[in-house]
Design a protein around this ligand. Structure first.
Ligand SMILES: CC(C)(COP(=O)(O)OP(=O)(O)OC[C@H]1O[C@@H](n2cnc3c(N)ncnc32)[C@H](O)[C@@H]1OP(=O)(O)O)[C@@H](O)C(=O)NCCC(=O)NCCS
Length: 182
């Protein structure tokens, strides 16, 4: 468990499947992600199984929780994936799946917590990430955390009749704006 002021990050459990099915079948959420096919229970079961087996040594994947009306509420997922023990890098991903909780600072704090974990506990040297070019919220979040834009995968994805770029980001340990209070 990783605790911040606004959010906490906890490991995934099997019962999270019901949240994942809601979040990753919501087009308002998936428009910002690379996934686009209907998310099935079978795919989510396999994903969770893999976190405990073939991805156990290469993924630090968490559910984001907040306290709301004195109840702990799961609102999304966050992870460092493809952890590379030789080159000391990993790929960051986040989705607040419950859109009621967007734009309240939760995403930025959750990301800051996992980045701190990545540099201080996993001994990473670099964190990769990306955001679709129309995802203003995500782009602002990345820049605020110290990520630098390193290029664009041009016209990578097709949404509603048009192609859009993916903005590629990288964060080196030396660029990291280590938060004073977390
Ligand atoms: C992207 C995401 C993680 C951001 O988390 P969040 O909690 O919603 O965002 P925050 O409240 O931390 O705000 C991040 C920045 O976006 C800005 N922002 C908030 N709402 C915004 C909006 N509607 N348009 C543009 N910027 C916005 C905030 O002001 C803040 O920047 P600032 O501090 O410089 O002002 C979250 O919205 C999300 O998961 N969205 C759906 C899935 C997704 O996009 N995942 C990321 C894929 S790369």
């Amino acid at each position: 468990m990783i605790k911040g002021k606004l959010v906490q990050l906890r490991p995934v459990q099997r019962s999270d499947i019901s949240y994942f099915l809601q979040w990753f079948n919501d087009p308002d959420v998936t428009q910002y992600l690379l996934m686009y096919l209907p998310m099935t229970e079978m795919v989510e079961q396999k994903f969770i199984e893999e976190l405990g087996t073939i991805r156990a040594a290469t993924s630090a994947f968490f559910v984001i929780e907040v306290e709301d009306a004195e109840k702990t509420k799961a609102i999304g997922t966050i992870g460092l994936n493809g952890i590379n023990a030789k080159d000391h890098n990993a790929t960051f991903g986040i989705a607040i799946g419950d859109k009621k909780y967007w734009s309240k600072g939760y995403g930025t704090e959750a990301a800051a917590l996992i980045i701190k974990y990545g540099f201080e506990q996993l001994n990473l040297h670099r964190i990769d990430s990306g955001a679709l070019s129309f995802n203003d919220r995500s782009i602002r979040m990345h820049l605020k955390l110290g990520f630098r834009e390193e290029g664009r995968r041009r016209e990578l994805i097709f949404r509603n009749g048009a192609y859009y770029d993916e903005v590629m980001f990288g964060l080196l340990r030396e660029d990291w704006k280590k938060p004073k209070k977390l």
